[in-house]
Design a protein around this ligand. Structure first.
Ligand code: FDA
Length: 307
């Protein structure tokens, strides 16, 4: 029951100010967002890759209001890619981007976001890696998929995310599986209305399995973005039945969540990629992590009370 309330708060400027200013927030934030600068996140990346894990990096930020902010987002990714290049980490670390941070919701936002993300995709390709377009709320997805298709003309490795809670996703999965795309499948982290999305957890999980079957049987590269032990076991089974080798799909989990499982799957020979977010504009990302697991919120509230 708490999840939807927290997700509503994730879009509130007032709550953003209160939560961001609370001194007790920072230690809880650090669990999920292990740095605010490139300098702080690079050691995390090397630590993860030294352990045999792959990484996808997200410079946190969304819902920007000016064109200048969209350029700053682009430049932050370009700086990051430059650092990865210097360290020779290009093949181990991908980028994940939110198009809203690249200006998608501003006037002429579709074109602006495409113009901003293209140089990032080009720079990533130059160091032997790629970019995945995160899925945000359902109103943004037609634009996201159009940008994905456009980028794939020159950079076919560009990935995108689909969310099993949306009714539309089975159709999207069929299209993406047929055209050979890299696709991250997640359950979905935004507050969506019943007109477009399943509200019941069991329905979302069932849809996840149906979509997983489509991706595993298709031509693309499935990226399983989930911490759910049941879905991980089902993935392994479906991959075997589809005759996929271990390098023909991968698991992805968020930094700070089920870290032992990251190592266990990697030790079994799976490609395991850790989604690692960093930056100063962490509020939206942090609130979605609280909404996913009420225990996180209780921990947060307890630390506020006992301080
Ligand atoms: P579920 O929520 O059922 O959790 C299964 C178990 O995992 C829980 O019982 C708990 O043990 C653990 N767990 C899950 N979330 C936790 C948390 N926050 N804190 C502590 N433990 C937790 N969404 C989206 O809409 N667009 C996107 O682009 C992405 N991108 C993305 C990338 C990657 C790599 C991952 C793993 C996830 C996303 N998501 C996302 C988020 C996704 O939609 C979803 O909200 C979370 O992954 C939680 O769902 P699970 O599949 O883990 O299952």
């Amino acid at each position: 029951m708490l999840g939807p309330v927290i997700l509503a708060a994730s879009r509130s400027d007032k709550m953003r100010r209160i939560v961001s200013a609370a001194p007790v927030t920072k230690p809880v934030v650090d669990r999920f967002i292990p740095g605010e600068t490139v300098d702080q996140v690079i050691p995390i990346v090397t630590d993860l890759t030294d352990k045999g894990l792959e990484v996808t990096l997200d410079v946190v930020g969304e819902d920007i209001t000016t064109v200048e902010q969209s350029y700053a987002a682009r430049d932050a990714y370009l700086e990051l890619i430059g650092r990865l290049k210097a360290l020779g980490l290009g093949t181990r670390a991908e980028m994940s981007v939110k198009l809203s941070m690249f200006g998608q919701a501003l006037d002429e936002g579709h074109e602006l976001a495409l113009a901003n993300v293209r140089p990032v995709v080009e720079a990533a390709a130059e160091i032997g890696t790629t970019v995945t377009l995160d899925a945000e709320d359902h109103t943004t997805l037609d634009s996201m998929f159009a940008i994905h298709e456009e980028l794939r003309k020159d950079f076919p490795q560009t990935g995108c995310v689909i969310q099993s809670y949306l009714f539309r996703t089975e159709d999207d999965a069929r299209r993406l599986a047929a055209n050979g795309s890299r696709v991250r499948l997640v359950k979905g982290a935004y507050k969506e209305p019943a007109s477009v999305a399943y509200q019941d957890k069991a329905e979302i999980d069932k849809a996840y399995v149906r979509i997983l079957k489509i991706l595993m049987a298709g031509e693309g590269y499935p990226m399983i973005g989930s911490h759910d032990p049941r879905l991980i076991a089902i993935t392994q089974d479906l991959a075997r039945r589809a005759g996929r080798k271990l390098d023909e799909y991968e698991f992805q989990m968020l930094y700070g969540i089920r870290s032992d499982e990251h190592l266990r799957l990697a030790a079994e020979g799976h490609r395991m990629r850790v989604y690692t977010a960093y930056g100063t504009d962490w509020y939206g990302y942090f609130m979605r992590r609280l909404a996913e697991k009420p225990a996180n919120l209780l921990f947060f509230v307890r630390s506020m009370i006992t301080k």
